[in-house]
Design a protein around this ligand. Structure first.
Ligand code: CP3
Length: 356
């Protein structure tokens, strides 16, 4: 039987929400992007039995993986196990997850195949993510809040046009310069699916959302202003408007536009509740560009390779830079597949040991 959405268990750890409301939590909250992934031996074992997208598409399996890091670590949030590329899949694009390579799209988007994208009912085809969220929200028993997430339009567009990851995103940027109207058409399609998808996640029980614009770093200010900012702004506005319209509890939204330092001041004006900061920005600089916004980040994921003593010092330095108000601790990008469990623990403990 499907777990009921009604009467979710009461939330016990509300550190993140305290920070977002401008209150002082008992200690700084911390979670880790990609926390439920290959650095966990139990995840690597699990992957021997199940393919990546089988896990994503099977609520029970997605729930089990989501809970793995929560069982192991003293984290202050869970994030539903999925991938940003489920949206292209829902539009009818084939996405494969190749070991050691990452996502591959065998037939990249071309100007001639835009018309083949099938946005009608796309968010409904992602219902399995909603079911995974509902189930996980129950299974968490209120221990920590549950994040839903989505990729943002430009990042999804980039993967679809390039056929996978890219060091330059030059094919996708070529579209922006040479076919701006077609590019906007695709970005619009993606934006509308992202909006409905995020609202569906909230209806299913997501308590907070994060939008990943992970490929923002490839753009300049001009392209970012034209092809990213308006879409990000509309997503925040529309998701919140639709949540209200449906009489759902409002949820905060985190924007993580990786590498987009040049636009931090603009990002701060979009209405997001939290801005994710990548590891290349100095905390003080990020603060000075974003006034009193709640910020999240930004330890270099590679810092987890340092000794445990060094990790503690790096965390203390980072917290000095951001200050203990309006601040959620995280890495400045997703965790890599190979840091040691003890070092991840050292990171989390170092955060919780800081006096606020
Ligand atoms: C760009 C992007 C993707 N996926 C995601 C992003 C945005 C964040 C970022 O900038 O890193 C988001 C994502 N992907 C995954 C999560 C799960 C939730 C969590 O954070 O724990 C989240 C939030 C699982 C995953 N997504 C992926 C894995 C590893 C795949 C495996 O198990 O074989 C996991 C656990 C695969 C994936 N998926 C993607 C790439 C580039 C890769 C390969 C990278 C790698 O090899 O680590 C696309």
């Amino acid at each position: 039987m499907m777990a009921s959405k009604l009467e979710f268990p009461k939330l016990q750890n509300d550190r993140i929400f305290k920070v977002i409301r401008g209150e002082k939590p008992d200690s700084l909250p911390v979670w880790i992007m990609r926390q439920a992934g290959r650095h966990l031996p139990e995840f690597r074992d699990f992957r021997k039995q199940h393919s990546f997208f089988e896990i994503c598409q099977t609520p029970k399996l997605a729930c089990e993986v989501t809970l793995m890091p929560i069982k192991r670590y003293d984290l202050d949030a869970a994030i539903i196990f999925s991938d940003i590329l489920v949206i292209p899949q829902a539009l009818g694009v084939t996405v494969e997850m190749k070991p050691e390579v990452g996502p591959v799209i065998p037939k990249p988007l071309t100007l001639d195949t835009i018309q083949d994208l099938n946005p009608v009912g796309a968010a409904d085809r992602l219902k399995y993510v909603g079911e995974a969220i509902t189930l996980t929200r129950h299974e968490l028993r209120g221990k920590v809040p549950l994040f839903g997430f989505s990729g943002a339009p430009w990042t999804l567009f980039g993967y679809m046009v390039e056929g996978g990851g890219s060091k330059t995103m030059s094919k996708a940027k070529k579209w922006l310069y040479s076919n701006p109207e077609e590019s906007k058409k695709v970005l619009d399609i993606l934006m509308n699916v992202v909006i409905d998808y995020l609202v569906m996640q909230v209806e299913s029980g997501a308590q907070i959302l994060q939008l990943f614009e992970s490929s923002a770093e490839y753009l300049n200010r001009n392209l970012f202003s034209k092809f990213v900012l308006p879409y990000l702004g509309k997503i925040n506005d529309e998701v919140k408007r639709k949540i209200k319209e449906k009489n759902l509890e409002p949820v905060p939204i985190v924007l993580f536009a990786k590498g987009a330092h040049f636009s931090l001041e603009d990002q701060a004006e979009l209405g997001y509740d939290v801005l994710g900061i990548d590891w290349t920005i100095q905390p003080k600089v990020a603060r000075s560009l974003t006034k009193n916004k709640v910020l999240q980040g930004n330890l270099d994921p590679c810092a987890l390779y340092a000794s445990k003593e060094e990790i503690e010092i790096l965390v203390e330095d980072m917290v000095k830079g951001f200050g203990t108000s309006n601040y959620i601790v995280n890495l400045g990008h997703g965790i890599y597949p190979d840091p040691e469990i003890d070092h991840v623990k050292a990171f989390i403990d170092a955060v919780h040991n800081i006096k606020v």
